[in-house]
Unconditional design. Structure first.
Length: 134
């Protein structure tokens, strides 16, 4: 079975404009975006390929405005990036959720149980689907 989920890893806690650091024993927030721009130039990168959702692409846009050569690709399960019809990850998320619901429904029937399935997504906090046999 192929691996599921975020197999490429996630950088959603790596905002270069709000990096947490410890200075003089205190946690502070610093902007390290200029260091990233210097690194891109030092490495003579043709482009930085950025795959992500709203937060990731927002950060990439800021780096682009500072001179970074950016190629942005919307990739997320929410499918809510303006100007895109379907983002990478959305179809997979829908199919995975559908498959899980189908399998859990069968299990609920077999065991005469009520089950709750929670799905993730930006606007799906606490959203669940319950089903079963009474």
């Amino acid at each position: 079975m192929p691996p599921g989920g975020t197999i490429l890893g996630a950088a959603n806690r790596g905002n270069p404009y709000a990096r947490k650091a410890v200075r003089d024993g205190r946690e502070v927030t610093i902007d390290v975006s200029d260091e990233i721009i210097k690194g891109i130039k030092r490495l003579e990168m043709d482009a930085l390929l950025v795959l992500g959702g709203d937060g990731t692409l927002h950060i990439a846009h800021g780096l682009f405005l500072k001179g970074a050569p950016i190629i942005g690709v919307p990739r997320m399960i929410d499918n809510d990036i303006g100007g895109t019809e379907v983002s990478f990850g959305f179809d997979t998320a829908v199919n995975t959720a559908t498959e899980a619901i189908d399998k859990l429904h069968t299990t609920a029937e077999a065991h005469h149980r009520l089950m709750l399935l929670e799905l993730m997504g930006r606007n799906a906090r606490g959203t669940g689907i319950s089903f079963g046999v009474r």
